[in-house]
Design a protein around this ligand. Structure first.
Ligand SMILES: Cc1cc2nc3c(=O)[nH]c(=O)nc-3n(C[C@H](O)[C@H](O)[C@H](O)COP(=O)(O)O)c2cc1C
Length: 351
C-alpha cells in the first residue's frame, strides 16, 4: 500500500508544488492515505507530559488548516502539528511561493502564513475524535495591530481542542516576526502567554512550546532558553526554515526568497539544537526539526539533545513511506547502541 502512495507522490512531484500539496490534502481528506503499522516500543517517548507512541512527528506547515491530522497519525507519525494558524483568515504571499530544489533535497517556501483562520481550524479539531497527539502551531496576522495578542487569542480559542501549542515566532515570511525572538520581546510574549495559561489551566493542562529559527547565534539561543525557563515554556522546537543559503546548493531555484528546508538545513539546525541542549542542561525538553530524511538524521538529532523530532520536507520530496523507513532505521540504530528507549539516547553526544 505504501508503494501506491509513494508512486502517487512521485507523480505529484511532476506538477506545480503548491498544486501537488493541495491535491495531496484533498486525497488524504477522502481517505486515500497510507497506514503506518505498529510502532517499535523503543521509539515510545514522553514529551512535556505527552505520551507519544513514537518520537517522529509531522512538522507545521503541511496541514496548515487542520484538515488531515488523523490521516497523518494513521500514516505513522507519533504526533502531528497543524498550522500555523492566524486569528483572522489571510491569503499569504502571491504565487509562486513554493519551490522544489530536488537536486539539493530541499524546498524554499515563502507562503507567508496563508491561513483559513482560527474559526475553521478550531471547528475541525473540535469535530475529531481525540485519538493521538495533535498540536496547534499559532502565529500572528500580517496586518495585526498587536501581534502578541494574536498568540493569546490563538491559545484561548483552541485550548479545548488540541493537545499542545507551539508559538511560532520564527517564520521568515512574515516581515518583523523574527523580531519576537529578542529577549525583551520574548519576555513580553511569553509573559502574556503565561498569564493567559493561568486562567485556562483551571480547565485543562496543555503544554506550550516555542519554535525558533536555526539562524540564531549562541548568545541568542541562551536568551531564548532563559526566557523559556522564566515563563514556563514546556519545550523548545529547533527549528524553523533558514534564511541562509549554503554554497552547496545547486538547484536553479536556490536564489528564490523565503525559508530553506530539507537536507541543507540538517547540519545547521542540529548545531543550534546541541547548543540549546547544553544551555538548557536538562531543564527544557527539545524537539529537533530541520533536514531529517533518514533514521541516521533522526538519531543525530536525538544524540544532539532532542526528545522527539519533526520533519516535513523529506515527506514532501520522497512521499509518506519515508516515515516508516525513518522509524525502522532509528529503532535499529538505537538497539545497536544498546538503548532500550529513545529517551536514554537523548543528548548522548553532548555528555
Ligand atoms: C512549505 C513549507 C511550509 C511551512 N510552513 C510552516 C508554518 O506554517 N509554520 C511553521 O512553524 N513552520 C512551517 N514550516 C517549517 C517546518 O515546520 C520545519 O520547521 C522546517 O521545514 C524544517 O524541517 P524539514 O527540513 O523537515 O522540512 C514550513 C516548511 C515548509 C517546507
Amino acid at each position: 500500500m505504501s508503494l501506491v502512495h509513494d508512486l502517487a507522490a512521485k507523480a505529484l512531484r511532476r506538477i506545480d508544488p503548491e498544486e501537488a500539496h493541495r491535491l495531496t490534502i484533498r486525497g488524504l481528506k477522502t481517505g486515500f492515505g497510507p497506514r503506518g503499522g505498529r510502532d517499535d516500543p523503543v521509539l515510545k517517548t514522553r514529551l512535556a507530559g505527552l505520551d507519544l507512541p513514537n518520537c517522529v512527528g509531522l512538522a507545521a506547515g503541511f496541514d496548515k488548516d487542520a484538515e488531515v491530522p488523523d490521516a497523518m497519525l494513521r500514516a505513522g507519525f507519533g504526533f502531528v502539528e497543524c498550522g500555523t494558524v492566524t486569528p483572522e483568515p489571510q491569503p499569504g504571499n502571491p504565487r509562486p511561493r513554493l519551490f522544489r530544489l530536488t537536486e539539493d533535497g530541499a524546498v524554499i517556501n515563502r507562503y507567508g502564513f496563508n491561513s483559513q483562520g482560527l474559526l475553521h481550524f478550531g471547528q475541525r479539531l473540535a469535530w475529531r475524535q481525540r485519538r493521538g497527539v495533535v498540536g496547534a502551531n499559532i502565529g500572528a496576522n500580517k496586518d495585526s495591530s498587536d501581534r502578541i495578542d494574536d498568540y493569546v487569542v490563538g491559545l484561548r480559542a483552541l485550548w479545548q481542542v488540541c493537545d499542545y501549542f507551539t508559538a511560532n515566532i520564527s517564520s521568515p515570511n512574515t516581515p518583523g516576526l523574527r523580531g519576537l525572538q529578542s529577549r525583551a520581546a520574548l519576555d513580553d510574549l511569553l509573559g502574556r502567554l503565561d498569564e493567559a495559561r493561568r486562567d485556562l489551566e483551571a480547565e485543562a493542562a496543555r503544554p506550550v512550546f516555542l519554535k525558533v529559527a536555526p539562524d540564531l547565534s549562541e548568545p541568542e539561543v541562551r536568551d531564548v532558553v532563559e526566557a523559556c525557563l522564566a515563563h514556563r515554556i514546556d519545550a523548545l522546537v529547533v527549528g524553523n526554515t533558514t534564511l541562509s543559503r549554503p554554497d552547496s546548493l545547486s538547484s536553479a531555484h536556490r536564489g528564490e526568497a523565503g525559508g530553506l528546508s530539507g537536507r541543507p538545513l540538517m547540519a545547521l539546525s542540529t548545531r543550534v539544537l546541541g547548543q540549546a541542549h547544553d544551555i538548557a542542561a536538562g531543564r527544557l525538553p527539545l524537539v529537533g526539526c530541520g533536514g531529517v530524511a533518514s533514521g541516521a538524521d533522526a538519531y543525530a538529532k536525538v544524540r544532539a539533545g532532542a526528545c522527539a523530532i519533526q520533519l516535513y520536507t523529506a515527506m514532501a520530496l520522497q512521499g509518506p513511506g519515508v516515515v516508516g523507513r525513518i522509524k525502522r532505521e532509528l529503532a535499529a540504530l538505537l538497539k545497536a547502541d544498546g538503548f532500550s528507549h529513545v529517551g536514554e539516547a537523548c543528548g548522548a553526544d553532548r555528555r
